[in-house]
Design a protein around this ligand. Structure first.
Ligand SMILES: O=C(O)COP(=O)(O)O
Ligand SMILES: [Mg+2]
Length: 222
């Protein structure tokens, strides 16, 4: 095990950009939603930079790009509902696990760590995606962006699971790909570990000053 796990009793993982490369399916759902409301569809490269603050913000960023101004409430609601429908219909068509994820999660689980998932993705998509990859049973808790009153970068979801498991934040680790994961982790008093291969609004994750940057989850278990 990596030295950073010494004395740690809880490991929390982000989902998109950390465990799964989900942008190809997210982009298709965004493109279909914008087409539904008669707007031009953005390329996958744009969508990659818009992921990280949950589905409402993703749709709002896409609409703002297409309109060159913030969308009205009716259009936002219509496009959001279309996105939830399109993404829900095909969340796993092109989505892949990043290298090393399956092995590392199984090894950490076997080593006795409670694993929890804390994503800004709407909760309803978590189980279908983790089940598709046969990983759902490894996680004791799964928190989505709409599960609690606040989502990352708020520390609330992290503190919520630590409290549920009765593990102090100082014995907990947050593993993620974006500045929202690192900000939430720091604010919660967790140790923070970052992956540089995910989605961070085009910004290097070094800027968030995580405690550790690793190129693959396997670095945690080797
Ligand atoms: O849905 C998002 O915007 C990002 O989800 P994540 O928190 O799993 O990276
Ligand atoms: Mg992420």
């Amino acid at each position: 095990m990596h030295a950073i796990l010494q004395g740690k009793r809880l490991i929390a993982f982000d989902l998109d950009g950390t465990l799964i490369d989900s942008v190809p399916d997210l982009a298709i759902a965004v493109q279909r939603s914008l087409s539904d409301v008669g707007l031009p569809a953005p390329s996958e490269e744009f969508v990659r930079d818009w992921v990280g603050n949950g589905a409402q913000v993703l749709v709002e960023r896409a609409l703002t790009w297409a309109l060159s101004e913030a969308p009205g409430q009716v259009l936002q609601t219509t496009a959001y509902e279309a996105f939830m429908r399109h993404y829900g219909a095909a969340p796993n068509a092109l989505t892949r696990l990043y290298p090393g994820v399956r092995t590392a999660l199984h090894d950490l689980h076997k080593a006795g760590y409670p694993l929890v998932l804390i994503t800004n993705k709407p909760e309803r998509f978590i189980a279908p995606i983790l089940s598709h990859f046969d990983l759902l049973s490894l996680f004791t808790h799964c928190i989505g962006g709409d599960t609690l009153a606040e989502k990352k970068p708020s520390p609330l979801p992290l503190l919520h699971v630590a409290q549920q498991l009765d593990i102090p934040p100082s014995a907990s680790v947050m593993v993620g790909d974006s500045r929202h994961d690192i900000a939430a982790g720091k604010a919660a008093g967790f140790t923070t570990v970052a992956l540089p291969y995910g989605y961070n609004h085009g910004e290097p994750i070094e800027h968030s000053q995580p405690d550790l940057i690793i190129s693959s989850l396997l670095a945690l278990t080797e």
